[in-house]
Design a protein around this ligand. Structure first.
Ligand SMILES: *Cc1c(COP(=O)(O)O)cnc(C)c1O
Length: 369
């Protein structure tokens, strides 16, 4: 087998090696059943146990209260950009969005399509954009919230521009949060949220599953008229996410990742290691601020996706190429942000960051910083 590289991919991203190895071992015979988990019915017992365990692990790891349901859907976080307004935005209502970058904007523009058709409204309640790009998260005082909004939508971590909420806004309207790129990276108080959603492929498993944590009382006001059942949150809750064939293999891999989080000290321990990893990387950036440039406000720097750029695009290019030659991949910034992005999801070990930071030191010296 070829050596595995050091994977800083933004998503899909690194998975724990032990999870992949277990999947490999169990691929032909799951739990002594004589067939692969891929070949089992989603309604039969072997898969049923996986399904229950994924839910239970999420409940335990995130300390999810009884007031909230855990469901799984498909189509990624992007499908939720449309399904949230389809379920929660009733005719003539209005929803608030906070603009902290590309994913918030996508969520907003999908919601606007629904709103226009419904005679409803979507509005921006605040922005993190400055002359230097998305370098901030608006503070509570800067938000212009509509107390009567159907919901307030935020994006906890800006995967492209490297900003992250450290405290979440308080609002009278139900709080809806896209946590795709930082779920399970640090403890949260689930009760502060009415709906949390996250594509699994960054911190929780492979692509193909979207995790939703939804407050029971939010379901009662949900739209049903004109909305096919498969898209209704209430219907998915009633059917325990098994109204149709769930991506069983993805759930099985998610179980592996969640077990790995549990066995490695849980979400609090993940947070501790993530802070150490990000601290080490920002330390290397701040040691040479003219060479490794990061304009994000210190207090909202992302622990998951630190970004920086070099003085020229040629140096950006040389950085990826020389890093790749040392088996460090996935460092190219998003095309909208340019520069370098280092994705430090849970499964990226401290040793990977140690190696990158040593490389950054050598690279800066070699290129005259
Ligand atoms: C990756 C990402 C998405 C997109 O997820 P899909 O599952 O590909 O639709 C949405 N929001 C955030 C914050 C992300 O990081």
């Amino acid at each position: 087998m070829a050596d595995r590289v050091i994977n800083f991919n933004p998503g899909p991203s690194a998975l724990p090696l032990t999870v992949l190895e277990a999947a490999q071992r169990e691929l032909l015979d799951f739990d002594g059943t004589g067939m692969s988990i891929l070949e089992h019915s989603h309604r039969a017992k072997p898969y049923g146990a996986v399904h229950e365990e994924v839910k239970q692990l999420l409940r335990t790891l995130l300390n999810i209260p009884e007031s909230h349901h855990v469901i799984f859907m498909q189509g990624g976080a992007s499908a939720q950009f449309g399904l949230i307004p389809l379920n929660l935005l009733t005719p003539s209502a209005s929803a608030d969005y906070v603009n902290t970058g590309n994913w918030s904007q996508k969520a907003f523009s999908e919601a606007r399509i629904v709103a226009e058709d419904q005679g409803a409204k979507v509005r921006w309640a605040g922005t993190g954009e400055t002359a230097d790009g998305f370098t901030r998260i608006p503070t509570q005082g800067e938000l212009e919230l509509d107390d009567n909004a159907a919901y307030l939508h935020i994006t906890s971590n800006n995967t492209l521009f490297g900003t992250q909420y450290k405290t979440f806004p308080k609002s009278k309207a139900p709080l809806v949060c896209d946590m795709s790129s930082d779920i399970l990276s640090c403890p949260i108080n689930v009760d502060d949220f009415d709906l949390i959603y996250a594509g699994a492929q960054k911190n929780a498993g492979p692509a193909g599953i979207t995790i939703l944590i939804i407050r029971d009382s939010l379901l009662h006001g949900c739209r049903t008229k004109g909305l096919p059942k498969i898209f209704r949150y209430g219907y998915v809750v009633e059917n325990d996410s098994l109204q149709n064939t769930i991506p069983t293999f993805g759930m099985y891999l998610a179980r592996g990742v969640l077990r790995w989080v549990r066995d490695n000290g849980g979400v609090a321990k993940m947070a501790e290691i993530n802070a150490q990893k990000a601290g080490m990387l920002y330390g290397a950036i701040d040691a040479r601020p003219a060479f490794y440039q990061n304009r994000v406000e210190q207090s909202v720097r992302s622990l998951m996706n630190p970004i920086f750029r070099l003085p020229t695009e040629e140096l950006d290019l040389a950085f990826w190429q020389e890093a790749a030659a040392e088996s460090m991949v996935g460092l190219k910034g998003h095309r909208l942000a340019g520069g370098i992005r280092v994705s430090l999801y849970n499964a990226v070990p401290l040793s990977a960051v140690e190696k990158l930071v040593a490389f950054m030191d050598d690279f800066a010296k070699k290129h005259g910083a």
